[in-house]
Write a protein that binds this ligand. Structure first.
Ligand SMILES: Cc1cc2nc3c(=O)[nH]c(=O)nc-3n(C[C@H](O)[C@H](O)[C@H](O)COP(=O)(O)OP(=O)(O)OC[C@H]3O[C@@H](n4cnc5c(N)ncnc54)[C@H](O)[C@@H]3O)c2cc1C
Length: 485
């Protein structure tokens, strides 16, 4: 089934418990901090429903289905997935990190190799869950980390982290915190699990499951919504792309058995991500989305540079050349992942994991520099501007700002103001800082992202060259210059 945006919005009025500070939000669709984000997601569903290239006919059902849920068996399937990620990223210019194609891609990848769960019962649960989200075209967020302070490194030390507190004939009861569900306030379902390795002794937290956002006992504790402070579309042009983040509290939540994918198994709970194509399909979305965002940022900066008349300067052109090179380096990572697909058991493929983890590492290292170079270009321009667009309504302040901009042309002064507001929202504002933090941490903390490269780099073939070299005959003396002809 392909869902409409309207159906999605209607489904959010389900009694979910979303808190902003001490307030319980009655209707997330109307709440100013979330309304724009909800509308943006609704646009994604409408786009898929109207563009045939973004759906496929699912062999199990014969139904038109969002490509998001396509279990890839070929390079063509990976290309179709890329097309969807690109089309959806274009809607928010790459600012929606956990759009509905991120976590669904992970579950789709997990459903390619469900035997990692370790039991037929849990494998069936996982595949049936994939079928359920696929056939209802659902938006998932995920919370796959314990809360701050609970990672002492000692097994069994995670006291406030969500853990199993009981099992019975009907299911499992969990209690405690999980972080950090980006999109948690606006999703249909939440995937809960562990995307970082656990130790033996951590069995109580080694549980993975899927749960409806309004399930009894699920509390969604949202961070400050920046969109709630938006003044106008001109002053805050990216307010509709504030995707929300939330800590989750599970207040003795009882899950039915058929939603449980892993229980008491530290390796399987982590393995769902890294021993299946799940992590790879999900991170491929992140890279394709970031490419859309970096292109947009580069082009907007260039347009601003043209308006402020500094792009004619060769030194500035050099800076832009460096920024453009970074965009193409990211594109190279995306192309390489898809050009060398990795084969998995059961006939599925994913993007290449070495290129995928290399791209995660690269973007974590180089996106902050990219944003900083653009911020340097902005210099004081954001602060030379009026406090808000109302300055253009008053005749006196309007004439002053036109003079400051050395123009009598209202439209060009307004365009410059809009561009500067856009750039500040991309690199300088509170939303921009949050988004930069997202690019640093979307795949996990830097030390873990680097370690994944350690885990997956093809050390064998690289070291074989060194071994060959060391195996060379060392008994013959080296050739001396005087002996050369
Ligand atoms: C904007 C944003 C959105 C996010 N969205 C999601 C989401 O949708 N779902 C989800 O599950 N998670 C999400 N995360 C969480 C993200 O995965 C975590 O931020 C990340 O795993 C780090 O965990 P932490 O924030 O608890 O920091 P901590 O683990 O407390 O780490 C704090 C700092 O110490 C460093 N550090 C800790 N241990 C070590 C070590 N052994 N060696 C070196 N350095 C170390 C970390 O790198 C970090 O700089 C999001 C994070 C951000 C910022």
């Amino acid at each position: 089934m392909l869902r409409s945006g309207e159906d999605y919005l209607a489904s959010l009025r389900d009694g979910r418990q979303v808190y902003v500070g001490g307030r319980l939000v009655e209707d997330v669709v109307r709440y100013p901090g979330f309304a724009g984000g909800a509308r943006t997601i609704a646009r994604l569903f409408d786009l898929s429903a109207s563009d045939p290239s973004l759906s496929y006919v699912e062999p199990e059902t014969g139904e038109k289905t969002n490509v998001n849920f396509l279990r890839p068996r070929s390079v063509e399937n990976l290309a179709a997935r890329r097309q969807l990620h690109t089309a959806w990223a274009n809607v928010s210019n790459g600012l929606f990190g956990r759009s509905p194609d991120h976590v669904a891609a992970m579950v789709t990848g997990m459903a390619c190799r469900p035997e990692v769960t370790g039991s037929t019962r849990f494998s069936d649960n996982l595949v049936n869950y994939w079928r359920y989200i696929r056939d209802n075209d659902l938006y998932l967020s995920f919370a796959v980390l314990p809360p701050a302070g609970s990672k002492s490194g000692k097994s069994g030390s995670v006291q406030n982290a969500m853990r199993v507190v009981g099992t019975d004939r009907d299911g499992v009861t969990v209690r405690g915190f999980k972080t950090l569900a980006t999109g948690g306030a606006l999703c249909d379902e939440i995937l809960v699990g562990n995307a970082q390795p656990l130790r033996s002794g951590d069995e109580a937290v080694a549980v993975s499951f899927g749960i409806r956002a309004n399930h009894p006992g699920v509390r969604i504790l949202a961070r400050k919504p920046y969109a709630a402070q938006a003044v106008s579309r001109i002053d805050d042009p990216l307010a509709d792309f504030d995707e929300t983040d939330a800590a989750l509290y599970f207040d003795d939540v009882h899950l039915p058995w058929d939603r449980v994918f892993v229980l008491d198994d530290p390796r399987a709970s982590y393995g769902l991500f890294v021993d299946t194509p799940g992590h790879t399909l999900g991170n491929a979305q992140a890279h394709i989305r970031l490419l859309v965002k970096m292109r947009f940022m580069l082009a907007a900066a260039k347009r601003l540079g043209d308006a402020l008349e500094f792009t004619g300067n060769p030194a500035v052109q050099g800076v832009f050349g460096g920024l453009a090179a970074r965009v193409k380096m990211l594109e190279a990572g995306v192309v390489a992942q898809e050009a060398h697909p990795e084969s998995w058991p059961n006939g599925y493929v994913s993007q290449d994991r070495q290129f995928m983890y290399a791209t995660s590492n690269w973007s974590m290292e180089y996106f902050p520099e990219f944003a900083k170079e653009i911020q340097i270009m902005l210099a004081s321009h954001a602060f030379q501007q009026p406090a808000d667009v109302s300055a253009f309504d008053d005749e006196y302040t309007r004439s002053l700002f036109l003079e400051l901009n050395r123009t009598e042309d209202f439209d060009s002064a307004l365009e410059k103001y809009r561009l500067i507001r856009l750039m500040w929202n991309l690199v300088g504002s509170e939303l921009a800082s949050r988004n930069q933090q997202y690019e640093l941490f979307y795949a996990g903390p830097p030390h873990v992202t680097r370690t994944r490269m350690w885990d997956f780099f093809d050390w064998g073939s690289a070291e074989a060259r060194v071994e060959d070299f060391l195996a060379q005959d060392t008994t013959t003396p080296p050739t001396r210059p005087s002996e050369q002809t």
